[in-house]
Design a protein around this ligand. Structure first.
Ligand code: GTP
Ligand code: MG
Length: 359
């Protein structure tokens, strides 16, 4: 899973990125490049299972994060969506738009004044214009080509693009357009910015920390209730905390009223927004956490581990994490009837410990 941090310049993206790298890398270091990091997802359930199985290695699920440089302003004062930007967001599964609430005269704001609601609108407008232009160009081409000769793919695309055009012309982002599975498939090769799931990260400092409620009600008024998921955080303060020892950091955190780290907040929000959950595999060689969509079947989950497991699936041995911790071993789970054999249609639950039987 890949997420991109986007926003105007100096909103706090790189600061958050650095904090996330730190939060996800306690212990073994994850891979990180200048603008891209593979962050281990902290997972206490997995830690506890590893303490029991004592495997050769523990493999956490990972989140790939891209720190995308702030969009520049063009001469007419609008955000410029560059081809470099488009290339970077292309493969992301979700975007986090970081808006700035902290005030600091020594750090220039591209729009001069501090106004995070305006900044959301700013980016949304440019994203929408970018999508509208893509839709229009593509529609022109589809219609022209279809006049020349029949083409099944284009015939399928035409109504979907028309539907998207009508929606965006009402100034609505594509993420609010209802598309069925087939329609999504037809346009899956295209990159629409307003189709990406989006979270708003509100970057606060000590002086602005009481503005969260006002911000949320302003956002509701402007964009409609629940148009966005918002998570407030303290980019600079949390970065500074990440440089301290755990005990020191805990003290400052409670003074500040921070009960959950920015990384944990982001993970929780992303999992909810994208409808994700985890399953676990255990053994002497490896204890591992895997990310899957909610409502995935045991066979689909097997396919996440290996395509062969999908193709040659026989049964899944399943124990819920809580049951396992409660009974203490697989043998005791069996005695208690908490260990089950499930078929390929079984719908996985969060925290299931799976062992796939395959031919
Ligand atoms: N005073 C203050 N400064 C902050 C806060 N959050 C971030 N900064 C500072 O703002 C400056 C810009 O932050 P970055 O994280 O580099 O911003 P960015 O969004 O990555 O900027 P671009 O990459 O240019 O788009 C840095 O000097 C940060 O230390 C904050 O809450 N308070
Ligand atoms: Mg940056």
């Amino acid at each position: 899973m890949q997420i991109g941090l986007v926003g105007i310049q100096n909103s706090g993206k790189t600061t958050l990125f650095q904090t996330m790298i730190h939060g996800g890398n306690s212990g073994e270091a994850g891979k990180s490049e200048q603008n891209r990091a593979v962050i281990k997802i902290p997972d206490t359930r997995l830690d506890k299972l590893s303490a029991i199985f004592n495997p050769k290695k523990q493999v956490n699920a990972v989140l790939e994060v891209l720190d995308i440089p702030g969009l520049p302003l063009s001469d007419d004062g609008k955000l410029k969506i560059t081809s470099d930007f488009l290339a970077k967001v292309k493969n992301t599964d979700a975007l986090i738009h970081i808006v700035r609430q902290f005030a600091d005269d020594s750090i220039p704001h591209p729009n001069v004044s501090i106004d995070p609601v305006r900044d959301i609108e700013f980016l949304e407008t440019e994203f929408l214009l970018s999508d509208m232009s893509l839709i229009e160009k593509r529609l022109e081409k589809i219609e022209k080509d279809l006049l020349k000769q029949k083409n099944d793919q284009l015939t399928r695309e035409l109504p979907v693009f028309k539907k998207m055009q009508a929606h965006t012309e009402q100034e609505k982002p594509l993420r609010t357009l209802v598309l069925d599975e087939n329609e999504r498939k037809v346009i899956s090769g295209y990159q629409f910015l307003t189709l990406k799931p989006l979270i708003i990260g509100l970057n606060l400092d000590e002086n602005s920390k009481d503005l969260v409620d006002k911000f949320i009600s302003d956002v509701d008024n402007k964009f409609g209730k629940d148009a966005f998921v918002v998570f407030p955080f303290f980019a600079r303060f949390e970065y500074e905390l990440s440089q301290l020892s755990d005990e020191e950091a805990e003290m400052f955190k409670s003074d500040f009223g921070i009960t959950e780290s920015a990384l944990d907040k982001i993970l929780r929000t992303i999992y909810a927004l994208l409808g994700l959950q985890s399953f676990l595999t255990v053994g002497e060689d490896e204890c591992r956490a895997w990310t899957i969509k909610k409502n995935m079947t045991a066979q689909d989950a097997a396919g996440v581990i290996h395509t062969d497991f999908y193709n040659k699936f026989i049964r899944a041995e399943v124990v819920g994490y809580d049951d396992f911790m409660n009974y203490g071993s697989m043998a005791k789970c069996k005695d208690a009837g908490a260990w089950r054999l499930e078929g390929k249609e079984y719908i996985c639950k969060d925290g299931d410990i799976l062992n796939i039987r395959h031919s």
